[in-house]
Write a protein that binds this ligand. Structure first.
Ligand code: GLA
Length: 389
């Protein structure tokens, strides 16, 4: 096989945090930073991946792969191989070279982009071209190989987002609706300069949030959060929460109110109401900080500084515990907001690198939009665009 190449972008979640794993809709967008791979199929089952700056990893692709050392990036390569072989069997291996301009441990899905990129290379090397739905069946589940019990938001966003649009992603079954971002709206991704390691010590904290939300559901006798949401037009989340305490109560309130905020944000975007959009972003941050407790002092300060600098809304994005905030402002204010952040947040911080830590985020296409083999994901997105929530 000849040399081939592909790119998988990162994503920034605009709103809908810590709810995808409960099957609730979220609103991310893909960004113009990506993991790029050039690769070639081998004639045996070896998988060899070299990454600029991170060395080389090689292993034999077998049906039941064991984990590599905890925290090692090889686990995402193994997770990809395992996910593919669970569905389609072990195939030919690859020689691959990876390059990335996506900051790691920032909450921008660099690990999911790596996993998805390797999976797409293996599929292409073996002449398989699954649809978006088929990929969504194996990839989120596949990532649990590394021990994070995440949801499907990142995989869907990096696969099927459309340029210039936010992606309203629903689950069970996975669906995507492209929401055009109004002209004159701008997003910055600002790093708190605290690393948010997804597979490191924060993993247990992340999994604990999911467990508390599920425990709350069980205590209330619901089978899913979708069932709860169906009751919300008549009832308030607080009415249910009265029967809960502690972490379960806080998680329940975060999940239900965040789900409602996603739909408010979609409406604000569709009606071009920037003030409302900004307000729900701020409410989301407050809920993540106070109820779910996944923020940290640096992220809170970053969000406050963004607001003082002229943003209309700002919130932590991704799993939290460090990483980035997404900052929303009018396009005409973006330079002033950037300037404010540089002067009031980043000044004197020796690790600050504007190319990695303060990014103007334009909504980019997902990997399927650029792939000659998987057009159905695109067609589905376009079809879903015509559907109403
Ligand atoms: C991580 C996970 C996602 C999602 C977010 C929090 O990024 O990979 O599935 O749960 O955290 O919203």
């Amino acid at each position: 096989m000849d040399q081939d190449s592909l790119a998988v972008p990162g994503r920034v979640n605009l709103i809908g945090e810590h709810i995808d794993y409960h099957g609730l809709a979220v609103l991310p967008m893909a960004i113009g930073r990506s993991v790029r791979v050039s690769f070639r199929a081998r004639s045996d089952r070896e998988i060899q991946v070299a990454s600029a700056g991170y060395g080389c990893r090689q292993f034999e692709w077998t049906a039941n792969l064991a984990c590599a050392a905890p925290g090692d990036w090889e686990n995402y390569v193994r997770a990809a191989a395992q996910a593919v072989s669970r569905q389609w069997g072990v195939g030919l291996g690859i020689d691959a070279e990876i390059e990335s301009d996506l900051p790691s441990a920032a909450g921008l899905s660099s690990s999911t982009a790596l996993l998805v990129a390797v999976a797409l290379c293996l599929l292409r090397a073996n002449r398989l071209s699954p649809t978006f739905e088929e990929l969504m069946e194996i990839l989120p589940e596949g990532e649990q190989f590394v021990g994070t019990r995440g949801g499907g938001m990142d995989h869907a966003a990096v696969l099927a987002s459309l340029r210039g649009c936010a992606s309203l992603i629903e689950f069970d079954p996975p669906r995507m609706r492209a929401i055009p971002i109004p002209g004159g709206w701008a997003f910055l991704v600002a790093h708190s300069l605290e690393r948010a390691e997804k597979s490191g010590p924060r993993r247990e904290e992340y999994n604990a949030r999911r467990a508390a939300g599920s425990a709350a559901l069980k205590q209330l006798g619901f089978r899913s959060y979708r069932e709860v949401l169906a009751r919300l037009p008549e009832e308030l989340p607080e009415n249910f929460a009265q029967r809960l305490a502690g972490r379960e109560r806080d998680s329940f309130l975060h999940v239900t109110t965040e789900a409602l905020r996603v739909w408010d944000a979609v409406q604000a975007m569709e009606r071009c109401e920037p003030q409302l959009f900004g307000r729900v972003l701020n409410e989301s941050h407050a809920s993540l900080r106070d109820r779910l407790q996944v923020s940290c002092p640096a992220l809170d300060r970053l969000v406050d500084t963004a607001m003082e600098s002229g943003a209309l809304g700002a919130r932590l994005t991704g799993a939290g515990f460090g990483g980035c905030a997404v900052v929303f402002c009018r396009a005409g204010d973006v330079e002033a907001v950037e300037q404010g952040l540089r002067e009031r947040y980043y000044r004197g911080q020796p690790g600050f690198d504007p190319r990695r830590h303060l990014i103007r985020a334009a909504a980019a296409s997902g990997a399927l939009a650029n792939s000659p083999t998987t057009h159905r994901g695109d067609a589905e997105s376009a079809e879903a665009t015509r559907r109403k929530p």
